[in-house]
Design a protein around this ligand. Structure first.
Ligand code: DC
Length: 226
């Protein structure tokens, strides 16, 4: 049976950076489910669908073909045959993803795709509902978090390094608003699975967090082999 590690948590907690390192270390495939929700959001934007029009979102998502491929160990996301891996990182796509991901039909379609991927491959999968909904039988579940200020500082650094001018208080407000939306939606809200290990990354380095998760996984493996 394939091995599964689920990493959930709010935006900016360091999930993707950490999950990539853990996957590489263990020889697993890293699956970024946020990129799938972003690809779906891009499809909505391209079709001029309003973020609040749930009926249109339900109907439109049926014709979106979202696939992921791994090239040189890196995940690429395709929307109807086009590689949209870079396009989906845009701020407006992230905003639309936070709105369109509340839709039950969007979630059903993407959860099925995610479950199928994990059936045949060892995965480190990150998202918001991986431990609770997508992979309830994961070998290890981690809930990564950090204070909103620390997450805003990380995002600020990332954006200023890219040459973008931004305001840290506005970024923090955006993070708090997004957390609220992600954790208060009706379907699959962001929440820690009962059997997930909580890791607060506010005062930890990336390597410390990744090392801790690999240790946790190896300990789970050791326990289950007795
Ligand atoms: O992790 P991210 O910022 O790339 O995710 C984009 C949006 O998609 C985010 O607002 C929440 C949503 N999402 C989700 O609802 N479920 C997931 N498993 C992953 C992401």
């Amino acid at each position: 049976m394939s091995k599964k590690i689920a990493i959930d948590g709010p935006a900016g907690a360091g999930k993707s950076t950490i999950a990539k390192i853990v996957a590489k270390e263990l020889g697993f495939i890293y699956v970024d489910t946020g990129a799938m929700y972003r690809a779906m959001a891009l499809y909505m934007i391209n079709n001029n669908i309003d973020a609040s029009d749930s009926e249109k979102i339900s109907a439109t998502c049926q014709s979106a073909d979202i696939t992921i491929r791994h090239e040189g160990g890196v995940q690429r996301v395709y929307l109807n045959g086009e590689d949209v891996s870079e396009l989906v990182r845009k701020e407006e796509v992230g905003k639309m993803a936070s709105a369109s991901s509340v839709n039950g039909d969007v979630r059903k379609k993407l959860v099925e795709l995610q479950q199928k991927l994990a059936q045949t491959t060892d995965v480190v999968m990150d998202g918001r509902d991986i431990g609770t909904v997508v992979l309830p039988d994961a070998d290890l579940k981690v809930f990564l978090t950090a204070s909103s200020r620390v997450r805003a500082e990380r995002r600020y650094k990332e954006l200023t390094e890219k040459g973008e001018i931004c305001d840290i208080d506005a970024i923090e407000k955006d993070i708090i608003d997004r957390d609220y939306r992600d954790s208060h939606r009706e379907i699959s809200p962001l929440k820690q699975a009962e059997d997930a290990v909580l890791v607060d990354t506010s005062d930890m380095t990336i390597d410390e967090v990744a090392g801790k998760i690999v240790d946790l996984y190896n300990n789970v493996g050791a326990k289950s082999s007795f």
